[in-house]
Write a protein that binds this ligand. Sequence first.
Ligand SMILES: [Zn+2]
Length: 279
Amino acid sequence: MRKIMQKSAWLKAQGPLVACPVCQAVMTVSETSLVCVAGHRIDLAKKGTANFLNKPVATEYTTPMLAARRRILEAGFFHPFLTAIAAQLRPSDRLLDVGCGEGTPTATLAAGVAAAVGFDISAPAIQLTGGLDTAAFFCVADLARLPFGDDTFDVLVDLFSPGNYAEFDRVLRPGGRLFKVIPAASYLRELREGLYGGTDKATYSNAQVRERFLVHYPRTTVREINNDFALTKAQFADLMAMTPLSWQAPAERRAAMLEHPPASMHVGVELLQVDYCEK
Ligand SMILES: [Zn+2]
């Protein structure tokens, strides 16, 4: 079956899920489009993705950067913390991946749940999700105005993306669960030291992000997950391309690191987990 038909059948089977980005009414599936009672209409793209933005938003991520990201994620760069989250998912869960990028982590998590949706503000990223072999549904959407009904999801996952906690609370059902992954100070340590050693950019703190989350969700469990990922030279070049950390770095330092890359990269993150979200 063509992908567009697969995804429209999937959407139909979900029942109420999508809220109209214009009038917030429930959208239903009509052939390969989503329509609301007021007649607003969103056509699925060829690969079965949807775009809920009124106008395109330019982001810093280009298709080559996203392709580099996919290669390194497929090699297992995020594997340790994805495994930690996946182990806690239930087969009945409907999951939303916030800021899903090119979708590789969403596809990993989708394997263990009843339904998975990933959204991102980047249209090129969502276009790349079309190449994934997964049951997950992907769309372009705005974090501040999620195109989903109230109480729609059992689980929200936010990997390195900005959060909008009012919207999280709205689309997550009462008692739903939330997993947020933020970089620890040691995240990409070798890259940070190589590019910025001796400057004030050499250190990083996640204190503000963590603090803001804990104020909103006081019953959060914080767990550190550390891993050293062995890199080939080509993988290091991919990592350099995919991370915003490297984009502003001095050209000579970038060149020096590409020539003599570190043998491994530290992936230190904090998993902020809420097991029962109240309204
Ligand atoms: Zn509408």
